[in-house]
Design a protein around this ligand. Structure first.
Ligand code: IFM
Length: 500
């Protein structure tokens, strides 16, 4: 039996006992496994179309303009942490080439651009001294975007914590919460007259668990207590930042970006259900319950016990600030084959990031270069379920969605039909969710260009634009021109590839 683990109040039993085909409704839910690729689909008027990147993944300029070190500089320069010893010192050199990159975005018709601010570029030590050159960089970036009619959407924290703060405990240290609040207020003062749409954190689950439990991301710890503490402090910092930014200006549209996933179990052992439910709580409910209900999931708190001792009275009030929008990053459903019943909470959490597997005989066999299954149905299901489970949800923007494929440039052109297919399927899934009544206002493809894919280095290519990392030449792929058509038509037209 195959079923997605539920959010609270949703019964998994009998929900999805197999993958649907041919579109339509299965058990009352929207299902679009085999989209009608040539069917035209129009999105709601005013829907925003964009692409996303993050500071450490594209900027480079690591030693330029007074930037301070981040945890990712230290991690990537530590032997054995990143594939091939790659690092973000140069990356796409966007720090020096942003003018041209923005002209390229305009050529591709982007209406909005999601990027992140490098905290250590504007505050080299993470607190105290402001680096004017760093602030100026982001002011020029924003001014150029606006000059090209592109709506800027910055994220304040996409994992590159200033190393100075890491040395005094990083997000394990409760003081970092207030330093983040100060940083957020500074950015609201410096950019808030021109930038209205902000997110505080990107994928806080990744920073907490990949960085502090699995140890595969910076800062590279394998300490479950640290991971849970960071998961809490990130949310507390988010809530505080919303307060400090609103105190600076009342015209900002503030949100947070979470990466939820359906947890799909294919295990037949009933004894697995409780553990899978906890995995769902770690990945999904922890974040949404805290922000939109003002409490953490009781089952997870019970399981964590003393691991969650960072939570103090009043914290959840700070965390559950009303938001103007919610960012959802979606790549794939997490499909669990089986679990070790002898795990204690600590070992289970450490094991968690590696438990996703794939089913054997369905569309999930199709993988991207990340080894991730392709599960567009899951996106519709997830969005509908979020809407059902959290009635006070603000409008949603899909802030990341995309796939890694290493299609080469041949004769100046890069044909990438698999990316077009992936994006087409996921846009149809989003449209299904909109038709089912979910309030979705925008879509950011990940990523504008190939970039530093964290511990996997530069081999995993997510870009609409191919980067030659020797010459830094940019070549828009066929998918970039396809996406330009999507934007022009505010939706999907008949499928076509190639530069137009
Ligand atoms: O590259 C990352 C990004 O930084 C965060 N979301 C997932 C992407 C692909 O792994």
């Amino acid at each position: 039996m195959l079923y997605p683990l539920s959010y609270e109040g949703w019964s998994p039993a009998g929900y999805r006992s197999g993958h649907c085909s041919g579109g339509g409704l299965v058990d009352g839910r929207v299902c679009n496994t085999e989209p009608a690729m040539n069917e035209q689909l129009e999105f709601p008027t005013g829907f925003l179309w964009g692409a996303a990147t993050a500071s450490y993944q594209i900027e480079g300029g690591a030693r330029d303009g007074g930037r301070g070190e981040s945890v990712w500089d230290v991690f990537s320069h530590t032997e054995g942490k990143v594939a091939h010893g790659h690092n973000g010192d140069v990356a796409c050199d966007h720090y020096h080439r942003f003018d041209d990159d923005i002209a390229m975005m305009a050529d591709l018709g982007l209406q909005t651009y999601r990027f992140s601010i490098s905290w250590s570029r504007v505050l080299p030590e993470g607190r105290g001294r402001v680096n004017r050159e760093g602030v100026d960089f982001y002011q020029r970036l924003v001014d150029q975007l606006l000059a090209h009619g592109i709506v800027p959407c910055p994220t304040l924290f996409h994992w590159d914590l200033p190393q100075g703060l890491e040395e005094i405990g990083g997000f394990r240290n409760r003081d970092t919460v207030s330093w983040f609040g100060d940083y957020a207020a500074l950015m609201a003062r410096e950019l808030g007259d021109r930038v209205h749409m902000w997110s505080t954190f990107n994928e806080p689950w990744c920073y907490a668990y990949l960085g502090h439990a699995a140890g595969v991301h910076a800062p590279g710890l394998t300490d479950p207590h640290a991971a849970v503490t960071v998961a809490h402090h990130e949310l507390l910092a988010h809530g505080l930042a919303v307060q400090t930014m609103r105190a600076e200006r009342d015209d900002l549209r503030l949100g947070i970006v979470i990466n939820p996933s359906n947890i799909v179990s294919e295990t037949t052992r009933p004894a697995d259900d409780g553990q899978i439910r906890l995995i769902d709580a770690i990945h999904n409910r922890w974040w949404f319950d805290a922000i939109f209900r003002g409490h953490y999931p009781a089952d997870l708190l019970d399981s964590y016990g003393p691991l969650a001792d960072a939570i103090q009275p009043g914290d959840l009030d700070t965390i559950s600030q009303p938001l103007d929008w919610l960012g959802i990053n979606y790549y794939f459903d997490i499909i669990v084959r089986g679990l070790d019943h002898d795990d204690d909470a600590t070992r289970r959490m450490l094991a968690y990031p590696t438990v996703h597997g794939v089913t054997e005989a369905d569309e999930a066999e199709i993988h991207t270069d990340m080894g991730w299954p392709i599960t567009p149905d899951g996106l519709t299901e997830l969005l509908v379920r979020l809407r059902d489970d959290y009635p006070d949800l603000p409008p949603i923007h899909i802030t990341e969605n995309g796939c890694a494929y290493d299609d080469p440039v041949i004769g100046g052109r890069c044909s990438d039909p698999r990316r077009i297919d992936y994006l087409d399927r996921h846009l149809r899934a989003i449209k299904d969710a909109i038709d089912a009544g979910v309030d979705i206002r925008g879509y950011y493809q990940w990523s504008l260009m190939d970039n530093f894919e964290w511990a996997l280095g530069y081999d995993k290519r997510f870009g609409l634009v191919h980067i030659d990392f020797d010459t830094l030449v940019r070549t828009p792929r066929d998918s970039a021109y396809w996406y330009r058509d999507v934007i022009r038509h505010n939706g999907l037209v008949e499928r076509r590839t190639g530069a137009q």
